[in-house]
Design a binder for this molecule. Structure first.
Ligand code: NAD
Length: 321
C-alpha cells in the first residue's frame, strides 16, 4: 500500500487536479456509475469529538474507500492541532486489499472548493463579474481562490457575521489583483455569483438580497439544522446539488422540503448538467442555487488523484501490508 502524509499534499495537489477529479465523479454519480454509502457520524463521548465515515464506490473510476475523521473542538487549544482531522483510505475494488492511506485535511478543503467551482463553471452566467462571499473562515479562502478561476471576475464583495475575519477575503482578492469591498447583506445584490460558507443555523441571505441571474453556491450546510439562506430562495431558484438524498436531509434544501415549499423532485444533480442530460441554466434572468453537501466520493476522487501524483513524483511511501 501507499502512504501519502498530510504534509506532502500541499505540494502535490493542485486546484485544477481537484476540480477535474470532482467534476468527473459528480458526472459518474449522475450516470449511476458511482454511489455514496450512508454516512456515519457519532458523538463519541470523549473530548466532545464528532467522528464518522463517508465512503463510496466509483465503478467508472474504480475508486473504493472511505474518509474517516471528524471534529475535535479542543485540539487547537490543548494540543496545537487543527480541530478538523481526517484520513482517506482507498481499497482495491478487485481484491478488497487496502491500497492507500492519505492525509485528508487539506484535501477536504480542496474538494469542497472544487465542488462550488464546478457549479460555477456549469451554472453561473458566462459574463459574471462580481463575486460575493458570505463567510470568511478557513473554507472561505479556498472557496474564493477556486471560484475566481471560473470566470473573469472584476471585484470581490463580502459579508461576515464576524467582521474581524473579513481580511481573509481581502487577502485572496489581493492575491488575484482584484478589489475587495465589505458590504451589508443588501449589497450582495451587486453579485453575479454568491458563495455562502458559514457555520450558521439560521437563514442569512434573503430573497430580496439576490439579483435575477445570480448563481448561489451554499456550501456551509452539511448537517441537520444548519441553514444559510431563506427557504424561499429555493422556491425562486432552480436547485442543483451533489447528492439529492443528502441535499434534502442535511443540506440547504432540508428546510424548504420540510416546510413543503419544494419537493425532492425539484432538486437536480449537478452531474446531470455536466453530462448534458439536464440543461442547467437556460436564461440570463434565472437564479441557480447549488446545494453543496459534501460527499465521500469527492474525498475518494481527490485522494486517488493525489496518490497517482505522489507515486509519479516518487513521494508516496510504499509499505508491504
Ligand atoms: P470556520 O470556523 O473557519 O469559519 C466559520 C464561518 O462561519 C466564519 O465566517 C464565521 O464568521 C461564520 N459563522 C460562525 N457562526 C455563524 C453564525 N451563527 N451565523 C453566521 N455566520 C457564522 O469554519 P470553516 O472551516 O470555514 O467551515 C465553514 C462551514 O463549512 C462549516 O459549517 C463546515 O461544516 C462547512 N463545511 C462544508 C463542507 C461541504 O462539503 N459542504 C466541507 C467542509 C466544511
Amino acid at each position: 500500500m501507499y502512504i501519502v502524509p498530510e504534509q506532502e499534499i500541499a505540494d502535490l495537489m493542485t486546484r485544477k487536479a481537484a476540480f477535474d477529479a470532482v467534476e468527473k465523479v459528480f458526472a459518474a454519480m449522475a450516470a449511476g456509475d458511482a454511489y455514496n454509502f450512508p454516512v456515519v457520524r457519532e458523538a463519541i463521548g470523549h473530548e466532545d469529538a464528532l467522528y464518522g465515515f463517508k465512503g463510496g464506490f466509483d465503478r467508472a473510476g474504480l475508486t473504493l474507500g472511505l474518509k474517516a475523521g471528524g471534529y475535535w473542538p479542543n485540539n487547537l487549544e490543548k494540543r496545537g492541532l487543527i480541530n478538523h482531522q481526517s484520513t482517506v483510505f482507498l481499497f482495491d475494488p478487485d481484491t478488497g486489499k487496502v491500497k492507500a492511506m492519505v492525509g485528508g485535511n487539506l484535501l477536504t478543503a480542496l474538494r469542497t472548493a472544487a465542488a462550488s467551482s464546478v457549479s460555477i463553471k456549469h451554472l453561473a452566467r458566462k459574463d459574471a463579474k462580481v463575486i460575493g462571499m458570505i463567510g470568511a473562515g478557513h473554507q472561505a479562502k479556498f472557496q474564493l481562490r477556486a471560484a475566481l478561476e471560473q470566470r473573469e471576475f472584476e471585484k470581490v464583495i463580502g459579508w461576515n457575521l464576524h467582521p474581524e475575519m473579513l481580511p481573509n477575503l481581502q487577502e485572496v482578492a489581493d492575491e488575484a489583483g482584484l478589489p475587495f469591498e465589505a458590504v451589508e447583506l443588501e449589497g450582495l445584490r451587486e453579485a453575479d455569483v454568491i458563495i455562502s460558507v458559514t457555520s450558521s443555523f439560521d437563514a442569512i441571505l434573503k430573497v430580496d438580497q439576490v439579483s435575477p441571474g445570480t448563481h448561489i453556491a451554499c456550501m456551509g450546510t452539511d448537517t441537520k439544522g444548519k441553514q444559510e439562506v431563506d427557504p424561499q430562495l429555493l422556491v425562486t431558484a432552480d436547485v442543483f446539488t451533489d447528492e439529492i438524498a443528502q441535499s434534502v436531509s442535511i443540506g440547504e434544501a432540508q428546510h424548504a422540503v420540510a416546510q413543503g415549499l419544494i419537493k425532492e423532485a425539484d432538486v437536480a444533480q449537478i452531474g446531470a448538467v455536466i453530462n448534458g442530460t439536464n440543461p442547467g441554466r437556460t436564461s440570463d434572468g434565472q437564479i441557480t442555487l447549488f446545494d453543496g453537501t459534501g460527499v465521500g466520493l469527492q474525498d475518494l476522487a481527490v485522494a486517488a488523484s493525489v496518490v497517482e501524483r505522489a507515486v509519479e513524483a516518487g513521494i508516496a511511501i510504499e509499505v508491504d501490508f
